[in-house]
Design a binder for this molecule. Sequence first.
Ligand code: SF4
Length: 304
Amino acid sequence: MVLNLEEQKKMEHSGYRFAGKHSHAGAKICHWTKKSILNQGECYKQKFYGIKSHRCLQMSPAIPFCYQKCSFCWRDLSLSRTEWESPYDDPKTIIENCLDAQKNLLCGFFGNDKADEKKLLESKEPNNVAISLAGEPTIYPEINGLIGEFKKRNFTTFLVSNGLLPERLKNLENEPSQLYISLDGDNEKTYNSLCNPQIDNAWDKLISSLEYLPSFNTKTCLRITCVKGENMKNPEQYAKLIKIANPDYIEVKGYMCVGYSRERLTLANMPEHDEILDFSLKIANEIGREVINQSKISRVVLLK
Ligand code: SF4
């Protein structure tokens, strides 16, 4: 087991459900899945890309593993590891256990008269997966098989990566429906201070991943998490990095002062939507792109 029983309990208490028997994979119902079932709004990815929030499975195959300790991360970084020494569960087991967990966690909505009946029935059969939840998914040795298994089940697959395993990304035979790489610094110094990498040459690895991005056939997206007073500067530097990757989309998203990130940052680091829009326009001007969508409630702007 990767996480001991006490650590697992702590995470289960905050809504995680582990899959398999080695406590490295699991799911958690997304805030927006619940909201959508109650017709109280959808996530920005439904607005931008047409996925259905009420049919989305939020999961990770590598919950306790990451090569970064980002100050804006809302997870408990004290549980984070870099070395994967223990055995791991296979993709099929992980997916089936996550789907069962999702069904069990949502069954509480049955009997809630505010719940949309049609959506509730549909939520029993998720068709989109956000492979993000916690940790770095590409550290999972069978990430290629996991994506392949989801695709066999006709899921659209959103993979969010910090790009620190460029070779694993490069060797992905099963490309996700949309591949995200996080770009949280205009230069190595900013990146190191915000993302606190736990391995050597992290910036070079990230740049390698940006260089691989144009070779993907699938939709690609760079996501910039904007932390006010830290990395909302030098749009021309971001432009240079974005041009290397030439992604389909760029999401410029505001840091949210939630979860464990409040131990590291404050409300003052949370930019207003207008500040994010202003910064996005500066980047857009530098790269000859335009704002095609935005979500004020999620403080995110989409460039294409
Ligand atoms: S795509 Fe992300 S935000 Fe949207 S419902 Fe899925 S997990 Fe939630």
